[in-house]
Design a protein around this ligand. Structure first.
Ligand SMILES: [Fe+2]
Length: 328
């Protein structure tokens, strides 16, 4: 993409100003032919598993957002590395092979039914040229919201996967090239509501992200926090455990309510990493926080997080899950 000029810092300015925001106006999405599937008289897009919610924050001008997450696009071109071609075959089978159709149909729904669309990570299942091209095909210059853990994975056989900032840092350039917004922290104000996307992959946030968040709070606007990994209340942990316990080693990193949290896992980080635990405690008493949008667990759930905010998890977009949120 040609929206940057590293020499002048123009791109950083654009990112900060949210001109190419992570909350995408659906009118800016490219139209994609054939992205609908009709069953009898049930209407277009009848494969979508839609949920709905109303976020009541007393707005003068209501608007709507389609929230999707975890599409897990899993493609590779024939001339890409054999590891990526093998991953594409393996992962396409694992996710049902209809990820691209699900994304196309979701975005087509958004273009016709909501004002904005946001994606909370794992849009791509692994880094490949084919996956990046799919992102560009469906999102145009607009691109998506927060990053997920899979945005950091290469799926090369020699990949040493850590759950650390150092591991993530290898992908900042790739993500920077693929997306017009800062992958670690971005703010986008829509109709007086401040949408903040934060990278909380592996369950932890960093002190500089917390400081940036607190600076955003000073603007005095209602806030919607968008991030990949949900905050694990006991019921989110239990639902997650039920969903993932049968899938063997994929359970790694996910909490088991019957055991102490695994050190370095998502829940453990939320409980024990000082910056993250402090951030969660701070958020619980921050009255400007009105909603949290997350994914990662591939299940749809909503639960009160604080006196002013509900946390919404949306199911895997590869399963055609999506949630329409009406902000009033
Ligand atoms: Fe994830």
């Amino acid at each position: 993409m040609s929206h940057s000029n590293p020499a002048t810092g123009r791109r950083d300015f654009l990112k900060g100003a949210c001109l190419a925001g992570f909350l995408v106006a659906t009118a800016k999405l490219p139209a994609v032919e054939g992205a609908r599937f009709e069953v009898g008289k049930r209407g277009a897009h009848s494969r979508l598993a839609m949920s709905y919610a109303v976020v009541d924050i007393g707005l003068a001008k209501p608007f709507s957002v389609l929230h999707i997450s975890d599409t897990h696009l899993a493609s590779a071109y024939p001339d890409e590395h054999p590891d990526k071609i093998a991953a594409a075959a393996r992962r396409s089978q694992g996710f049902g092979g209809r990820q691209e159709e699900a994304l196309a149909e979701s975005l087509e729904w958004a273009r016709h039914n909501t004002d904005y669309v946001i994606h909370t990570g794992d849009l791509i299942d692994f880094q490949s040229r084919a996956n990046v091209d799919l992102v560009r095909k469906y999102w145009g210059e607009a691109m998506f919201g927060s990053v997920g853990n899979h945005e950091f994975y290469s799926y090369m056989k020699d990949e040493v996967r850590g759950r650390t900032e150092e591991f993530k840092s290898r992908s900042w350039k790739m993500l920077d090239d693929m997306r017009p917004v800062n992958p670690r922290f971005a703010s986008c104000i829509v109709n007086g509501v401040n949408f903040i996307a934060i990278d909380d992959v592996f369950g932890a946030v960093q002190p500089d992200q917390v400081e940036k968040f607190k600076a955003e709070v000073q603007k005095g606007l209602p806030i919607v926090l968008c991030m990949h990994v949900p905050f694990f209340t006991p019921s989110v942990a239990l639902a997650t455990h039920k969903y993932w316990r049968r899938t063997g080693k994929k359970f790694v990193g996910r909490p088991d309510p019957s055991k102490p949290p695994k050190e370095g896992g998502d829940l453990w980080n939320q409980l024990n990493d000082p910056a993250t635990a402090g951030f969660i405690a701070y958020l619980k008493q921050e009255k400007l926080l009105k909603a949290i949008l997350s994914g990662h667990e591939h299940l749809t759930m909503e639960e009160r997080f604080s006196p002013t905010a509900v946390q919404y998890l949306v199911g895997g977009n590869f399963l055609f899950a999506a949630r329409e949120l009406l902000f009033v």
